[in-house]
Design a binder for this molecule. Structure first.
Ligand code: AMP
Length: 508
């Protein structure tokens, strides 16, 4: 097995790596770092969770430690599809360049142009940006890309999903022909293939196995059930979700719950909260400071359930996620790979569940085709049918539920969300005895007394939309993620986004 010390990295970089506690390079690092250090183009087919960010930041810091930045002419450029991913890359640079004097600027929406201009004017070694914001700066005449020696495109397939490919092509054309390109994508759809054929020069191609097909650290499970009625599907899925969470017991620490649409993200988060679960939504309609707060809360453990859309959560590095729930079967098979890759990271174990009904069979088949294996079917949680059969016609009285709630650390009580309200909103779902159902399919029927959860009122949806400010990337984000325009970052900028590399601020 290769050691970091065998990779010809700058000793200052090695020292920083040592402090992170990483012992050996991951496969993508072991394979990408040597050609990158030789100045070759690299095409890395890898997703987040494989250590790919360090596979380009480590050689970049090493290569850039020789030479100096010039005003308005960054020496390297990293393009990331979302603000969160760009900020994550910036944090990686902070970590690995802490013993160097490299400077960086992060160009993302919501941060004042003035502050960013000042940094660029002074000259930066590394510019990390979302494509839209970078072009905005360029068009204002504040930035020259002719000094870019190394250009990184991270999560290229994600850029494609968000409609950024024309921007990426333009940015490629603004940088010198002689630049070195490090290009990463989890998948290689034809548009991305074309881009790499056009802009990469004899790249060294590295493909690390998809997590979904190889990761022994992720245990995947599928609960396939038939809703009692089509219009009860969502409500019965929410009941099933709660039963699955409860059935996990000690194996459970925290979870990301993925939904296909933003509206569903809100409904599921609201429903979980009503039932006393510590859940928060995250999607592109929420303003940036809210999203940052929610993510920080999930990272530090003060939020247990993150209910997310693909766009908001894909690529985010959130260590220590014990469970992923696919509340919806993703309609793009690759999204399944990305979603389950949020757990089982860096050698840790993870459990993933997906809820599927017969209406999802087409998408399920596409996923199983992509990951080249059937997703193991499991039965609905044992407790659920039992409890439901005992009290089929009315919800359990509040007094009986109360002690369980207090004991359950996953749940937080909120005075504004009394349990009685929750009971009225959703009644238990009864799963038919498993023995009567085919092994791979568990029938779920609604209890007679079920009261359907009220759908979100159209005027409330409207008011959330009308308060939105739409930015370039966010508009596209919204397009894929479920429709409406989205909110910009506002004026709040988290401190870490503005941090510089230099240990001494005077050196910036
Ligand atoms: P990434 O694929 O870049 O999102 O990285 C996934 C996670 O792996 C991050 O939390 C990194 O900090 C971690 N990581 C990166 N390189 C290594 C390594 N060589 N050994 C262990 N963990 C790593």
């Amino acid at each position: 097995m290769t050691n970091f010390s065998e990779l010809n990295l700058d000793p200052k970089v090695l020292q920083a790596i040592e402090e992170t506690g990483y012992l050996t390079p991951t496969p993508i690092q072991a394979q990408a770092i040597p050609p990158a250090l030789l100045g070759k183009d690299v095409l890395g087919i890898a997703q987040t969770g494989t250590g790919k960010t360090a596979s380009f930041t480590l050689p970049m810091v090493t290569l850039l430690s020789k030479g100096r930045a010039r005003a308005r002419m960054p020496r390297s450029l990293v393009l990331a599809p979302t603000r969160e991913l760009a900020a994550q890359v910036a944090e990686n640079f902070d970590t690995y360049s802490k013993y160097t004097k490299l400077t960086k600027a992060l160009l993302i929406g919501g941060v004042s142009f003035n502050e960013q201009d000042k940094l660029i004017d002074r000259g930066v070694d590394v510019l990390i940006a979302t494509p839209g914001r970078l072009l905005d700066h360029f068009e204002r005449g504040k930035l020259l890309l002719t000094g870019v020696q190394i250009m990184v495109v991270d999560e290229a397939d994600r850029m494609l999903d968000m409609g950024f490919i024309p921007d990426i092509e333009r940015i490629f054309q603004l940088t010198p022909f002689t630049r070195q390109t490090l290009f990463f994508s989890a998948t290689m759809p034809p548009e991305i293939e074309r881009l790499t054929n056009t802009f990469l020069n004899a790249p060294v191609k590295i493909e690390v196995a998809r997590q979904a097909t190889t990761s022994e650290t992720i245990s995947q499970r599928l609960v396939h059930f038939r809703p009692s009625r089509k219009d009860r599907t969502a409500s019965e899925k929410r009941t099933m979700l709660r039963a699955l969470i409860e059935a996990e017991g000690d194996a459970f620490r925290n979870a990301i719950i993925f939904c296909n649409r933003k509206v569903e993200v809100d409904v599921v988060a609201k429903s979980l909260k009503k039932y006393g679960y510590n859940a928060e939504p995250i999607h592109g309609d929420l303003d940036q400071s809210h999203r940052t707060r929610t993510l920080d809360g999930f990272r530090d453990g003060s939020i247990t359930f993150l209910v997310a859309s693909d766009v908001a959560a894909r690529g985010l590095d959130i260590p220590n996620v014990s469970h992923i729930f696919n509340f919806d079967v993703p309609t793009h098979a690759e999204d399944y790979v990305h979603r389950i890759g949020r757990t089982g990271r860096a050698g840790k174990t993870g459990i993933t569940y997906m809820l599927a009904t017969p209406a999802d069979d087409k998408y399920l088949a596409a996923i199983e085709d992509l990951v080249k294996q059937p997703i193991p079917r499991v039965e609905a949680p044992a407790g659920m049918p039992e409890n439901s059969r005992k009290e089929p016609s009315r919800p359990e009285p509040e007094t009986e539920r109360e002690p369980t709630r207090r004991r359950n650390p996953r749940k937080v009580r909120s005075s504004s969300a009394p349990a009685a309200e929750a009971q009225a909103a959703e009644a238990p779902v009864v799963a038919a005895p498993v023995a009567q159902a085919p092994v791979a399919e568990v029938n779920v029927v609604a209890a007679p007394a079920e009261v359907a959860e009220r759908p979100e009122r159209p005027e409330r949806r409207q008011s959330r939309r009308s308060s939105s400010r739409t930015g370039r990337g966010e508009a596209r984000d919204g397009g894929r993620d479920g429709g409406g325009p989205v909110v910009g970052m506002g004026d709040h900028v988290p401190d870490f986004l503005l941090r510089s590399f230099a240990a001494d601020p005077k050196e910036v």
